[in-house]
Design a binder for this molecule. Structure first.
Ligand SMILES: Nc1nc2c(c(=O)[nH]1)N[C@H]1C(S)=C(S)[C@@H](COP(=O)(O)OP(=O)(O)OC[C@H]3O[C@@H](n4cnc5c(=O)[nH]c(N)nc54)[C@H](O)[C@@H]3O)O[C@H]1N2
Ligand SMILES: Nc1nc2c(c(=O)[nH]1)N[C@H]1C(S)=C(S)[C@@H](COP(=O)(O)OP(=O)(O)OC[C@H]3O[C@@H](n4cnc5c(=O)[nH]c(N)nc54)[C@H](O)[C@@H]3O)O[C@H]1N2
Ligand code: SF4
Ligand SMILES: [Mo]
Length: 729
């Protein structure tokens, strides 16, 4: 199915029409027949259940969304959708959706007319700009093409430098680390790998459909899969080996494996000589990190560490230590960035870059730009950022393309940031320390939230502006990397159901015109999308009809020239050294550790469940019911530790940190490292506007203080020790 068009999928129900014309009274049978045979239009679009934006075919019957299926032409998702996609389809008809713009009056919201809301927002933004300058204004979002294009362009038009994504709660550490080692973030060719080590990565639950499928294919082809995780996660269920590790210590494991590979000459010396810099420094640094050194730190036997290093090296170059996403070395631990640098380095020792089954460096199709004479780009702001990212003395290495929303909340509390626009992002719920995040939002002179629902962040806004759901709008064309890249776009599946909603681009253009920077927005979304497609020789009409189209992207065979200062893999980073950090990866312990002498002291960790996205899907009744049916919101505790505390499966406990105390029921299990308790991500909403999720389950963010990792500035989301005791004790 390489060319899906709307027309091809139209099944005209002539018999239905005839039946209806002949039937004077609509009886049940006629009605059922009309449903059965109704004309089905299949509209290709993109899922919005999470940021992966898989290719989706929406089947529309009688003007209503009837069902969804995967779009086979999307190169990354390859016809697959996950459970959350089916849940997210409910958003279209969700009675909790925001139906019109709202303005805060005291402690409640009142409906407001769009024109008036936009006039007032523009005037208030102008006032902040006049009093404090563009350095005091920010934009934050869940990073995707539409938000990135319109949000960033608007900020730049105002001279405002502070645009931020959610990544400081996700994977900013990885982004920084791989920038240093490779100049970019690599992927992995799991499907062709002979030996895969997943370190705090769980494709079976932290789903990106194509990636999860690739892991399954690798297993079918006989790959060895090693899952390093304090928790026997769903990927471990199909693994050859589960290596339970003490949380926060993966860096020690990696350093010790590199020690073995170098000491025993198992690494790819040819690749290292030709394509890397800083090997001697790395070799000198890891000499002290033997398996015997790492064993008591990681709680993994030294013999196992040495064996894993030898097995990996024996499979090179068709093997990979997965580059990860969030879990083991995302925005979680004090050593997140350093751990990701070590993952980069060990893959380079294996010489697996651009080899089948190794790391991949695929580009995305190159999109075009609007003509400069018609739509000039606003100049890039020259003011220093307001969130400390890239600023000497604050977080000089923090990637400025991501920014630091939790630091921005502190700056707002200090009066340095004064106004913000938040779109498709819920920083109050999804960053640690909600009191800190809320205090930041409340301190602003102006907070505008653009969402589909009344989230925890939206509740604090001065203006809440509703977008139509993803099935009712068109968006900016996206380019997806891959061996064969994909261009794709979100198309409108059904007409706008809630008339009084507006899309993000409409909102931004309206604000820009009011604020005297309309000259940067003198084009329609269609014109922008046509310009983006122009170099690919694809018309907008064609992409709207097909939704996703694969295009040839130049594939570099062998080693690409990397965007590092040397053009090679860098084991040693001058930038890191200059900023006062290790030049080559070295041991950094986690910030906190549970107290061994206290039987009720644990580290609290979290992770994804396959059927929820962050905290935005718990309000979907079908997905919430899965949780309820399986008591899946419970806190996991190791059976031995539970027995010692007199805690049984299903018991209610108190979980206390320095920040808060919460109650939750316990799942007693053998599938967890004894020193950790684990809470599934996705629960703990506290906005009454989310009528079904409100008050359900626990978010670990309630218990984690505001804290920043020194290198990347990310939120350290699992650096927290809790005490657990039976409720009522
Ligand atoms: N179902 C679902 N899928 C998603 C998402 C979602 O919300 N829901 N979101 C998408 C996004 S934005 C992301 S970032 C990815 C995340 O994808 P992943 O990073 O794979 O998912 P996580 O569950 O965050 O973390 C993976 C594992 O890390 C483990 N872990 C925790 N601490 C440690 C540690 O110290 N060491 C080691 N080795 N392991 C540890 C957890 O037990 C967990 O099993 O998922 C994407 N896909
Ligand atoms: N407790 C907890 N915290 C987490 C995580 C977790 O799993 N659990 N995961 C961490 C990770 S890996 C990440 S990436 C971040 C994610 O953090 P966020 O980006 O904040 O999370 P999302 O759930 O993707 O989406 C946030 C908002 O998008 C809104 N939304 C949905 N559809 C639309 C739309 O079409 N238009 C608009 N304008 N808004 C829409 C939802 O209502 C929701 O408020 O959270 C991090 N923090
Ligand atoms: S991974 Fe699932 S929820 Fe995310 S975009 Fe793909 S189908 Fe949708
Ligand atoms: Mo994420």
């Amino acid at each position: 199915m390489s060319s899906i068009t709307r027309r091809r999928f139209l099944k005209t129900g002539l018999t239905t029409a005839a039946l209806l014309a002949a039937a004077p009274v609509l009886d049940m049978r006629t009605w059922a027949a009309s449903q059965e045979q109704a004309r089905v239009e299949v509209v290709p679009t993109l899922c919005n259940g999470c940021s992966s934006h898989c290719g989706m075919l929406a089947h529309v019957k009688n003007g209503r969304l009837w069902k969804i299926t995967g779009h086979p032409d999307h190169g990354r998702s390859q016809g697959k959708l996950c459970a959350r996609a089916h849940g997210a389809a409910f958003w279209l008809y969700d009675p909790d959706r925001l139906a019109g713009p709202l303005k805060r009056e005291g402690d409640h919201f009142v409906p407001i007319d769009w024109e008036q809301a936009l006039d007032e927002i523009a005037a208030k933004l102008e006032a902040v700009l006049a009093a404090h300058g563009p350095g005091a204004v920010f934009f934050a979002h869940n990073p995707r093409a539409t938000g990135a294009f319109y949000g960033t362009r608007f900020m730049h038009a105002l001279g405002a430098p502070t645009t931020m994504t959610h990544n400081a709660s996700c994977n900013t550490s990885l982004i920084l680390a791989y920038q240093a080692v490779f100049g970019t973030t690599p992927g992995a060719d799991l499907a062709n790998s002979k030996y895969i080590m997943l370190i705090g990565r769980n494709p079976a639950e932290g789903i990106q459909t194509g990636y999860s499928a690739a892991l399954a294919r690798a297993i079918e082809k006989g790959a060895k899969l090693v899952v390093v995780d304090p928790r026997h996660n769903a990927s471990a269920a199909i693994a050859t080996e589960w290596v339970p590790i003490r949380p926060g210590t993966d860096l020690a494991l990696l350093l010790a494996m590199m020690n073995v590979m170098i000491a025993e000459n198992l690494y790819d010396a040819g690749f290292v000589a030709e394509h890397t810099v800083g090997f001697e420094e790395l070799a000198a640094a890891v000499r002290e990190y033997s398996p015997a050194w790492a064993a008591p730190i990681t709680d993994i036997p030294a013999t196992t560490i040495a064996r894993l290093a030898r097995e990996l090296a024996a499979a090179r170059p068709n093997c990979v230590v997965d580059p990860g996403w969030k879990g083991g070395f995302g925005a979680n631990y004090a050593n997140g960035t350093e751990t990701a640098r070590a993952v980069g380095a060990i893959n380079a020792l294996l010489g697996n870059l651009n080899k089948p089954g190794g790391l991949t460096f695929y580009g995305a199709p190159k999109l075009g730009k609007l003509p400069a004479d018609k739509a000039p780009d606003p100049p890039k702001p020259t003011l220093p950022r307001g969130d400390g990212a890239g600023i000497a003395g604050e977080f000089p290495l923090a990637p400025t393309a991501q920014g630091l929303p939790h630091v921005a909340a502190r700056k707002a509390r200090e009066g340095k940031l004064r106004a913000g626009i938040v779109r498709h992002h819920n920083p109050v719920r999804n960053f640690p320390d909600p009191e800190h995040m809320m205090a930041g939002m409340r301190a602003l002179d102006l907070l505008v939230v653009i969402d589909t629902h009344m989230t925890e962040t939206a509740r604090l806004a001065h203006y809440v502006l509703p977008e139509p759901s993803f099935l009712e709008r068109e968006e900016v064309v996206e380019a997806i990397p891959g061996r064969k890249g994909t261009v794709c776009m979100r198309t409108r599946v059904v007409p706008k159901l809630l008339e009084n909603t507006r899309t993000f681009d409409e909102i931004i253009v309206a604000l820009a015109r009011r604020m005297g920077v309309g000259e940067y927005f003198n084009f329609t979304l269609d014109e922008l999308n046509s310009a983006r497609l122009q170099p690919l020789g694809i018309t907008l009409e064609e992409l709207k009809a097909r939704g996703s189209i694969q295009v040839e992207t130049p594939v570099v065979e062998g080693m690409p020239k990397l965007k590092t200062p040397s053009g090679k893999v860098e084991f040693v980073s001058e930038r890191f050294a200059k900023a006062g950090f290790n030049a080559v990866p070295g041991w950094i312990p986690p910030r906190v550790m549970p107290e061994p002498a206290r039987p009720n002291s644990f580290r609290l960790i979290h992770g994804k469940q396959g059927y929820h996205s962050h905290t935005s899907t718990a309000n979907i009744p079908y997905l919430l019911q899965i949780t309820r049916d399986h008591n899946a919101e419970r806190l996991w505790m190791n059976a031995g530790r539970a027995a010692a505390l007199g805690i049984k499966d299903g018991d209610l406990v108190w979980v206390r940190s320095s920040l808060a105390s919460r109650q939750v029921r316990v799942k007693v299990t053998e599938r967890l490292h004894p020193e950790a308790v684990y809470i599934p991500s996705g629960y703990g909403n506290f906005s009454p506007g989310l009528t079904r999720a409100n008050g359900f389950g626990l978010s670990m963010n309630d218990l984690v203080p505001f804290q920043t990792e020194p290198m990347s500035g990310h939120a350290m989301m699992m650096e927290v020790v809790v005490e657990v005791e039976p409720a009522g004790a």
